[in-house]
Ligand binder design. Structure first.
Ligand SMILES: N[C@@H](CCC[C@H](N)C(=O)O)C(=O)O
Length: 306
């Protein structure tokens, strides 16, 4: 009995990497600092860690490393547009282990982690993503909360498409925010009706329009400068918030008569996990909202298996 206990203590001491559990408007993430890019983030390992029963549970995973180190380790083929080798890079993975180009809530949480951990001491800096560089402004950050604005870059509205959601066919706008979205403004939909929708884990989208799949947002029309939105994320299922989806939804809700993204304008987007503000200027968007660091800990040495 005594020896078994000693073995257990020994094996916990030789345990695996540090993690932080965090969320942005309840879109939750496991943050894994991996400055030497030593971790093998296989899809199975990521999916296991993000599983809400077999793992820590999260919508996605954010590996923290410098962009140059990820290129040297072969995780990235090359530096994405406007990303410097020295920039901190958000290596984002969806909860099913797939890789996505961008995550708007993730960038806020990532910036918060960098400041709270002391890796960055400035309030303005650039976060690298697979969709390119995303400048951030950290208005406030402590060990638990932060308020962060992310420059989300150009938002492109490239057409229209449809999907079957909750027993009806909904029409939406095809939006590129670095990752693909179908943003559906449903005429006559109010918050109680939105809340009552039974959304599936996966929404089938037109594969000719979205060869790599899409995130699907369902939202009310604009009322008093705000909309209510729910989202089914590619590679995750329904989440309580999605930053890129919020920007896509705002672009669809505010689009001009020419069908293009708004050149200027602002919108508050309410999601099940909170409230986020979007502003358009010159066809590019900013996203401002909260981040919360919830817990820190260590994975066990066998964390990559269920
Ligand atoms: N939750 C994210 C989006 C994450 C990526 C998405 N599921 C995809 O596959 O494109 C956000 O806050 O933007």
């Amino acid at each position: 009995m005594h020896e078994v206990r000693l073995d257990l203590v020994g094996s916990l001491q030789a345990s695996g990497p540090e993690f932080v559990k965090a969320h942005g408007t309840e879109n939750d993430f496991v943050v894994l600092p991996d400055l030497d890019v030593a971790l093998d983030l296989s899809p199975v390992a990521v999916a296991t860690l993000c599983d809400r029963r077999a793992g820590l549970g999260a919508d996605g995973l954010l590996r923290v490393a410098r962009a140059g180190a990820l290129v040297a380790a072969g995780v990235l083929d090359e530096l994405p547009a406007a990303v410097a080798a020295d920039d901190w890079f958000m290596d984002y993975r969806n909860g099913d282990g797939s890789i996505a180009e961008m995550c708007g809530n993730g960038v806020r949480v990532f910036a918060h982690y960098l400041v709270a951990s002391g890796l960055v001491s400035a309030s303005e800096f650039t976060v690298g993503t697979r969709a390119g560089a995303r400048p951030v402004h950290v208005w406030h950050a402590d060990g638990h909360t932060a308020d962060v604005t992310v420059e989300m870059g150009p938002v492109r509205l490239t057409g229209e498409s449809k999907a079957d959601v909750a027993g009806r066919t909904v029409a939406g706008v095809v939006v590129d925010v670095g990752n693909p979205h179908l943003a559906c403004v449903v005429e006559g939909l109010d918050k109680p009706a939105l809340d009552a929708l039974v959304l599936p884990d996966v929404v089938a989208v037109d594969s000719d329009v979205f060869p790599a799949g899409a995130n699907v947002e369902i939202l009310t029309p604009v009322h008093e400068g705000a909309v209510d939105m729910r989202v089914v994320e590619r590679g995750v299922g329904e989440t309580r918030s999605c930053g890129t989806g919020i920007v896509a939804a705002a672009a669809a809700a505010l689009r001009g008569a020419d069908g293009a993204a708004p050149r200027a304008g602002a919108l508050t987007v309410r999601v099940p996990g909170g409230v986020v503000d979007v502003e358009f200027s010159d066809g590019s968007a900013t996203l401002r909202g909260p981040s919360r660091l919830v817990a820190t800990g260590r994975l066990t040495a066998g964390w990559t298996t269920s």
